[in-house]
Write a protein that binds this ligand. Sequence first.
Ligand SMILES: [Zn+2]
Length: 268
Amino acid sequence: MIDGIRVYDVQEKGEQIFHYLEGELEEGKTVTGQIDWDKRFSRMQQHSGEHIVSGIVHARFGYDNVGFHLNDELCTLDLSGPLTKEELREVENAANEAVFANVPVQISYPSKEKLKTLDYRSKIEIDGQVRIVTIPGYDVCACCAPHVYFTGEIGLIKLVQSQNYKGGIRITMLCGRRALKDYQQKEESVKAIMGSLSAKEELIAEAVERVKEECTQLKRYVIGSETEDVRPYSKILKEQFDGRGGGKPVMVQGSVNGSEEAIRKVFE
Ligand SMILES: [Zn+2]
C-alpha cells in the first residue's frame, strides 16, 4: 500500500523501481509505503527454504540452482542435474532438519580479498559489493533478497512435485503456511475418499484399486431376444472389441473392451 492505495504490481527497470497503483497520487507529495507483511513473510519463508534445499543439493550432489520462480501460489527451483525419488526424499528430510535446528541466517559484506577465499553459490558475476547469506552448515550464497532471521521461522519444507527439466530437475516446493494449507487440502481429500470407500487412511490406495477392478469386471454384457438369434452380435463384439463370451441363440453374455458410444453403434 502507498498512502492507503493498493500496489498491484512492482517492476524493476534499470536503477528505478516502479510501483503500479490502483489509484492516483498527488504529484510532489511525500508518501508512506506499507508492506503487506503476510505476503512478504510467505515469500521470505519460500525463499529461505529454497536456499536450504539448493545448498544441500549443491553439497551432496554438486548441482547448481539454475532457475527460481516465486509468486503468490507457486515456488519452483531448477537444478542442473537429476534426482531420484529417494534422493528427493533425502534432501527434503535434511532440509527439515535445518528448520528444526533453528540456525541463524547470517548476512555479511566481505571484502574482495575475503570473497576470493570464500566458497559460495552465485548465479551471476557481481561487480560491486557482494552480500553473502550464510545458513551455517547448509548454505553460503550471494543474495540480496529478504530472508528469515532463524530457519525455524520457515516452518515445514515440502517438496511436492518434480519433473525432468533441461537435463536436470524442476522441483515445486511449499514452505510454512503454504505447506500447512496443502496438508489441510490433502487431508480433506483423503477423508472424503475414506468416507466414500469406508476405508482406513493407510488403506485408501488399495481400496481405490479394488473399486477400479470391480468397475472393469462390471463391463459385461447380456443380449437376449425371443425372436432373433443373437449369437452374431456376440461374434461382432468379439471381433471389434476384444470381447469374450458366448451363449445360446436366445441369450449371449460376456465382456468387452470399448466405449459405450462405439458399442451402441453396433446395434444401431
Ligand atoms: Zn536469498
